[in-house]
Ligand binder design. Structure first.
Ligand code: ZN
Length: 605
């Protein structure tokens, strides 16, 4: 009130008419130009601070990055609010889209109250920092020179051990890092919701759902439709894997109930690739083991990144800049704490591209490198766009691009680059596809439930005293997975997942897993695969060295976020709807095989 009274005479002094005047299109143009300039500057600073924090985790670097986050977010929140001034104007399409992106582009909306704003950004930073520093220090290692297990150690044990006791011990140990985060997380939810409501959203989840160029409710329906398309394939895979694990572990894995979460080769049970050996029939090995090949050649991490880069250059993209090789982090440092979770960066939003990952010489990392580079090549393709459009068509697109390239890492491609002497014949297809399904199909319901859970947490449908129960209810319903030991509300199992603690939206991964197959099918066609008259299956198609596919890909990438994602999808796939039938096409031979194996056995839980 006081402010208003103070302002009033000032306005009068300035002529008295401005306060009531409707802004013009020119005002809007100037506002957007200023906004883009400010946001670019603040985001570059923020990227720099975040890079330092994730590469040198200390209390100081956390404080510095939290402040940079806060400055960038506060400005974005203010601009989102200011943008509503132009709501009544009839703006040219690109300007209207920028106004909209200003309003829906936030992951975290800080409250207006500076104290609360500082509190929520500090909580955000300390939650992600606590996750990054998370360790399990079992009694049995107390006397050793490596007494604590970090997430990389734990990932290795989960991937390689077949001792149920050891797996359970490590599973419990890792899930003990998150209960201390629970209280802070609940407060974080409360404050971020306050910021979101101040911007006119129902809550933070509604804000996240509003950025998909369709009504938030329609978006939820799209997710249901896509899940319905792929669910039968997931059920076939789940039932087959359960049966095989039942044979291996006995009644620890029920013949027709949910699978316990610690026996699937991954601490979150989100990727089952590492139990491939346990579930693959003798006759269906993939015919080669890329991890072994890479190790036997004494491959260095940087050489694996070079392989990834070469794929993109073979499509016609320019090589990565020299600074990429100087500034990226490829291996885990011995002397300091870093966030090893793989990520791709574009520090200056032009060409200061980097990746940050702690590479092991494995097939998984070979694929992840292609994935992260996909982000980098996308970032560079749209660097000519105005700042607000320097983003992917929707966030699933960013995740999908690298994965699309990784689907082209076929045996035929490995032969071309000299890694394999010859490609295995079609008799190895079941092995190849089963291996891939343990990653791509096993993940789908997990990709869905993280944000199903979080949207309900943000909306209040899941209150803090139901956090853990609701988490496992969703895991049971969609995934047919159960906790290996009884859980209570003293636990906070969602917090043991990076994206929850670090507040990174997750639905993008589900979308990406759908889109990448749609992209792969379309780009393969562009690359002439399958060739007319041949019956090459979709999973043996690689777009490596296809300039035609590269051109098509690039024409979509360079659009950035300048058009609705439906337009971008249309550019690459000739369709305006996401479509999971490409997944079904890709895995069709496996589905038939699984159903054969599952005959007479229970399906579902
Ligand atoms: Zn990614």
């Amino acid at each position: 009130m006081k402010k208003f009274l103070l302002l009033l005479p000032l306005t009068l002094l300035l002529g008295g008419c401005n306060r009531e005047a409707q802004p013009t299109v020119d005002d809007a143009r100037k506002f957007l130009a200023d906004a883009e300039e400010k946001l670019l500057a603040l985001n570059v600073e923020d990227q720099q601070a975040n890079w330092v924090q994730e590469n040198f985790i200390t209390d100081d670097s956390e404080a510095i990055s939290a402040k940079a986050d806060q400055r960038a977010i506060d400005e974005a929140v203010q601009l989102a609010k200011d943008a509503t001034r132009f709501d009544k104007l009839n703006l040219p399409e690109d300007m209207a889209r920028k106004m909209k992106l200003l309003k829906v582009g936030l992951v975290l909306a800080t409250p207006v109250d500076p104290k609360l704003s500082a509190e929520v950004t500090r909580l955000g930073s300390s939650l992600s920092g606590a996750y990054g520093k998370g360790k399990y220090c079992p009694d049995r290692l107390k006397q050793s020179d490596h007494p604590c297990l970090d997430i990389e150690d734990i990932t290795k044990i989960m991937a390689t051990s077949t001792k149920p006791d050891e797996l359970l011990d490590v599973w419990r140990g890792w899930h003990a890092i998150s209960p201390p985060l629970r209280k802070d997380y609940a407060r974080f939810v409360e404050l971020s919701n306050k910021g979101a409501t101040e911007l006119g959203f129902k809550d933070t989840g509604a804000m996240w759902r509003s950025k998909y160029d369709m009504a938030p409710d329609d978006f939820s329906k799209e997710l249901d439709r896509l899940w319905d398309q792929v669910r039968p394939l997931y059920l076939s895979l789940h039932s087959y894997v359960r049966w095989k694990l039942h044979e291996k572990y006995g009644d620890a894995v029920p013949a027709n109930g949910p699978i316990p979460a610690h026996l699937l080769g991954n601490i979150w049970a989100q990727d089952w690739t590492d139990i491939y050996k346990l579930v693959a029939p003798a006759s269906a090995d993939p015919g080669y083991d890329l991890t072994q090949i890479l190790k036997s050649r004494n491959t260095k991490p940087v050489e694996m990144v070079k392989d990834g880069e070469r794929f993109f250059t073979s499509l016609g993209f320019a090589p990565l800049p020299g600074t990429f090789w100087e500034r990226s982090l490829f291996t885990k440092p011995r002397d300091r704490e870093v966030v090893c979770h793989p990520s791709a960066w574009d520090i200056d939003f032009v060409e200061d591209l980097r990746v940050k990952m702690c590479i092991d010489i494995t097939n998984d990392f070979f694929v992840t490198i292609h994935h992260e580079l996909g982000h980098n090549f996308y970032q560079r393709a749209y660097d000519k766009q105005p700042f607000l459009f320097r983003d992917s068509a929707n966030d699933g697109f960013h995740e999908a691009i690298g994965d699309t390239i990784a689907l082209s890492v076929t045996p035929e491609y490995l032969v071309k680059i000299g890694m394999l002497p010859r490609a295995p014949d079609a008799s190895k297809d079941i092995g190849l596809l089963l291996n891939k399904a343990l990653d791509k199909i096993a993940f789908l319901p997990f990709g869905l439930i993280i944000d199903e859970w979080r949207w309900k947490v943000f909306s209040g449908e899941i209150p803090p005293d139901k956090y853990n129960q609701a988490w496992w209810d969703l895991r049971l319903k969609y995934e047919g997975i159960a906790p290996p030991v009884a859980r209570t509300e003293d636990d906070f199992d969602p917090g043991a997942k990076y994206h929850v603690s670090a507040n990174v939206p997750y639905m993008r991964y589900f979308l990406a897993y759908i889109l990448e197959f749609q992209f792969h099918r379309a780009l393969s066609k562009e690359a002439g695969c399958p060739a007319p008259g041949s019956n090459t299956p979709l999973h043996r198609c690689s777009i490596y060295e296809s300039k035609a596919a590269g051109d098509k890909l690039n024409s979509m990438l360079q659009m950035g976020a300048s058009k609705p994602w439906q337009d971008a999808l249309n550019t690459i796939a000739g369709a305006r709807e996401m479509d999971a039938t490409a997944i079904l096409d890709y895995f069709a031979p496996l589905k038939a095989w699984l159903d054969e194996q599952n005959k007479g056995k229970p399906v579902g839980w």
